[in-house]
Design a protein around this ligand. Structure first.
Ligand SMILES: Nc1ncnc2c1ncn2[C@@H]1O[C@H](COP(=O)(O)OP(=O)(O)O)[C@@H](O)[C@H]1O
Ligand SMILES: [Mg+2]
Length: 239
């Protein structure tokens, strides 16, 4: 049986210099292959939570486990490796390297992660084959793969970012408002592709969005306020 994709226990996090906690979550778990839609107003701590799950931030107290691994027991270098091996991030602004081709952007995690390379090898695939397969599934034409990321449309960049997250089958895909730059039809089409690929690679998905129209396609909808006991800092409104 695969371990819980994400398990949070008695988590508290306060930004340095802040007067109160940003997050206080007694318990939260994401099952293997579960697809969760996480919503909450701007400034409510969604991106902070994703950074804690990715081990980019460390909690003030409490525990974050990903794929059965407690992140607090890892050195910061080991946490970086663990993240590259087990988590695919899709950021709001995609964070592609603009001068690299779409293909090289998608392959990038395989350079940093031996585990991703190994999983491909075990499936009898090369990284180059897998780029082509993902590109086809994500509606990116082969001709596009040679172009620098900076020359792609927003929708194409987003699908390149999704392929980069998915390559080498990490068990967890985390997406931080990846559709906010798209119109409603394109958001929905992108979500179809992403949900399909997560299912095909047995990945759990934690998807942050403020667009409630997308929520019904998920196994579970979670309002951050329902699990976060920390008082909201109040600065942000609804987007
Ligand atoms: N780097 C940072 N340093 C200090 N405070 C931050 C930082 N990033 C975010 N915050 C604060 O943490 C709170 C939650 O922010 P964030 O996680 O970005 O919310 P969301 O993603 O839900 O919009 C906000 O009050 C924000 O001001
Ligand atoms: Mg955010």
């Amino acid at each position: 049986m695969s371990p819980t994709a994400v398990d949070l226990q008695a988590l508290r996090f306060r930004w340095r210099g802040a007067a109160s906690d940003c997050l206080a979550i007694d318990a939260f778990a994401l099952a293997p292959r579960e697809r969760v839609f996480l919503q909450g107003p701007s400034g409510s701590g969604k991106s902070t939570l994703l950074a804690l799950i990715g081990g980019v931030l460390t909690p003030s107290t409490g525990q974050v486990q990903v794929a059965g691994q407690a992140l607090s027991t890892l050195s910061s270098a080991a946490r970086d490796r663990f993240r590259a091996d087990h988590i695919g991030f899709i950021f709001q602004l995609f964070n592609l390297l603009p001068y690299l081709s779409a293909r090289d952007n998608i392959m990038l995690p395989c350079r940093f992660s031996a585990a991703r390379r190994q999983r491909l090898q075990q499936a009898g695939q090369t990284a180059a084959d897998e780029v082509l397969r993902l590109a086809e599934h994500l509606d990116l034409s082969p001709a596009l793969l040679g172009r620098p990321a900076s020359e792609l449309s927003v929708g194409q960049q987003q699908r390149v970012a999704a392929a980069r997250a998915l390559i080498g089958r990490p068990g967890l895909i985390v997406a931080d408002e990846p559709t906010s730059a798209l119109d409603a039809d394109r958001q929905s089409a992108f979500l179809d592709l992403l949900l399909g690929e997560c299912a095909a690679s047995d990945a759990a998905l934690l998807f942050v969005s403020h667009d409630p129209r997308l929520a019904q396609r998920f196994d579970r909808v979670l309002n951050l306020a329902d699990i976060n006991r920390a008082a909201p800092s109040g600065s942000g409104g609804m987007e």
